[in-house]
Write a protein that binds this ligand. Structure first.
Ligand SMILES: [Zn+2]
Length: 128
């Protein structure tokens, strides 16, 4: 996979899921073999009493990401059923499409940084 590290912009071999204890996180592996940590699949917070729980203030710029992580956690823990899961993915993909379209129109150069993620998602879907 060709691309750039989303954190530092260095050329990368790819983005990989890494399982560690009970969590899964992503790393970008640079062309020279060094890695950059990209973040966890699930944040270790929230409660198990509600379907979706997000903490943090309204001005938290990571709030939307936390919602997505909470949705993923709710699917894993079977708090979201099949139909809710399909609806959640559809809404997220629509929002993501709009985000990418708007962001790449405003900042065309970011296409290089997000291409590895798009390729990763394509690979993930093709492996299903
Ligand atoms: Zn990097």
């Amino acid at each position: 996979m060709q691309g750039r590290c989303p954190r530092c912009g260095a050329p990368i071999k790819g983005i990989y899921r890494v399982g560690k204890s009970s969590n899964i996180y992503y790393v970008a592996v640079h062309a020279d073999g060094t890695q950059h940590y990209l973040g966890p699949l699930h944040y270790k917070y929230g409660t198990r009493t509600n379907k979706i729980v997000v903490r943090g203030g309204a001005v938290d710029i990571n709030r939307e990401l936390k919602y997505m992580e909470e949705i993923t956690k709710a699917i894993t823990e079977e708090r979201l059923g099949r139909e809710d899961t399909i609806n959640a993915i559809e809404e997220i993909m629509k929002a993501t499409t709009e985000l990418i379209t708007t962001a790449t129109q405003k900042y065309p150069e970011i296409a290089t940084a997000i291409t590895p993620w798009i390729e990763y998602i394509n690979k993930l879907i093709q492996s299903q």
